[in-house]
Design a binder for this molecule. Structure first.
Ligand SMILES: Cc1cc2nc3c(=O)[nH]c(=O)nc-3n(C[C@H](O)[C@H](O)[C@H](O)COP(=O)(O)OP(=O)(O)OC[C@H]3O[C@@H](n4cnc5c(N)ncnc54)[C@H](O)[C@@H]3O)c2cc1C
Length: 337
């Protein structure tokens, strides 16, 4: 069914007011194919959970909301399984489902908002783990001719908060399901990031299960990150910039305290939150938009900010950081503006 003039306020974690000119829900691949054949949806915005999307009040785009459900085991060996989940499955529900079955691999990615179909778009990551670490394949529908294809990990060209879907295939395909390879035993657990190891020790856990790690991650995220239900936000608004060796030397000579973390190919990751804090914009507020007082990287809607106001504020943050550090912050959030 296609609806007209649908409010998007409850479909985005910023909680901004926006309206879809047309709104269609795809519950199956066949639904999606028939919606895509309708020329009115040729330039439609694909919407999952709306937790990484900034809607502006204009234009009023046609929307295709992915609501393909279902989780199944498609392959099972002695120590591994491959599971397949529909694009409309809530990501955290998939994590909980996998933990209940005793599968390992998704524990560090617990409580990331949004749906399964969007997870490959920016190769979601948290606490030292990225989607690509467990990714097997995904099914795509080509928007132009509605053909169906399967993409494996190599084809997806994953990078830090990046994939082919943010570049060459941007707005060209729709992901309808995602398959993940998880461990049934001999888990590859990652407790090295942040406070995970410390919190496990303080709970007296020396040989953690995937669920123990997920519980700790859920605890950290619940206490540290602003809940979009209370305060509209989309998590980290910007990516952490990656600079090369020469740039880092130059930056260190001007800013000796600048934090930098070694990456492959002699590159370095600089925490965007530190850059924003250094230019005095941590906790800054203009009207109903600002940076969170404890998380400089999280832009928040204090109530009635519009998408345009959030976009303008984000550009001010970009410009101020660039003037001081000659680094252009790149948004992690997707603008439907
Ligand atoms: C409080 C908070 C914390 C967060 N923490 C993290 C974190 O730790 N790590 C992290 O990586 N992210 C994090 N995020 C960002 C967000 O949760 C992820 O990017 C998530 O994958 C977005 O899912 P979604 O379904 O809400 O995507 P949406 O916002 O609906 O869509 C995001 C983008 O993907 C496109 N898209 C969506 N579904 C499909 C599809 N099926 N096919 C093709 N394109 C599609 C959209 O057009 C849009 O461009 C956080 C967000 C919030 C609000």
């Amino acid at each position: 069914m296609i609806e007209q003039g649908v409010s998007l306020k409850t479909y985005n974690s910023f909680g901004v007011a926006a309206e879809a000119a047309l709104f269609a829900v795809a519950k199956t691949i066949e639904d999606l194919q028939s919606i895509l054949k309708d020329q009115r949806f040729a330039s439609a915005w694909i919407l999952g959970g709306g937790s990484n999307t900034l809607f502006c009040d204009t234009p009023k785009p046609p929307i295709i909301h992915l609501a393909i459900s279902g989780i199944e085991i498609t392959e099972e060996q002695r120590d591994e399984v491959v599971i397949k989940a529909g694009a409309g499955v809530n990501w955290h529900e998939l994590v909980l489902w996998s933990l209940e079955k005793g599968f390992g691999g998704l524990e560090n990615l617990a409580l990331i908002p949004g749906n399964v179909g969007a997870a490959p778009i920016q190769n979601i990551g948290a606490y030292g783990v990225e989607l690509q670490d467990v990714f097997e394949s995904c099914t795509l529908v080509n928007r132009k001719d509605q053909s169906v294809e399967t993409y494996d990990k190599v084809a997806c060209q994953f990078g830090y908060r990046d994939s082919i879907f943010k570049r060459e295939l941007k707005h060209k395909v729709v992901i309808t399901d995602v398959s993940l390879r998880l461990k049934k035993e001999n888990y590859r657990l990652n407790t090295s990031y942040g406070a995970i190891a410390h919190l496990l020790t303080s709970k007296g856990i020396s040989t953690p299960s995937p669920k123990d790690i997920a519980d700790v991650v859920i605890g950290i995220r619940t206490t540290k990150l602003p809940d979009p239900k209370q305060l509209g936000n989309a998590g980290s608004f910007f990516k952490n910039p990656i600079v090369d060796h020469d740039q880092v030397i130059q930056l260190k000579s001007s800013f000796p305290d600048i934090p930098h973390y070694a990456q492959p190919n002699q590159n370095y990751k600089i925490p965007a939150a530190w850059l924003i804090e250094q230019v005095g914009l941590k906790g800054a507020r203009e009207g109903d938009v600002g940076t969170h007082k404890h998380h400089a990287l999280v832009l928040v809607n204090y109530g009635s900010a519009s998408g345009h106001e959030i976009k303008t504020f984000s550009q001010k943050v970009q410009q101020t950081v660039e003037e001081r550090f000659a680094i252009r912050l790149q948004p992690e959030v997707n603008f439907c503006c």
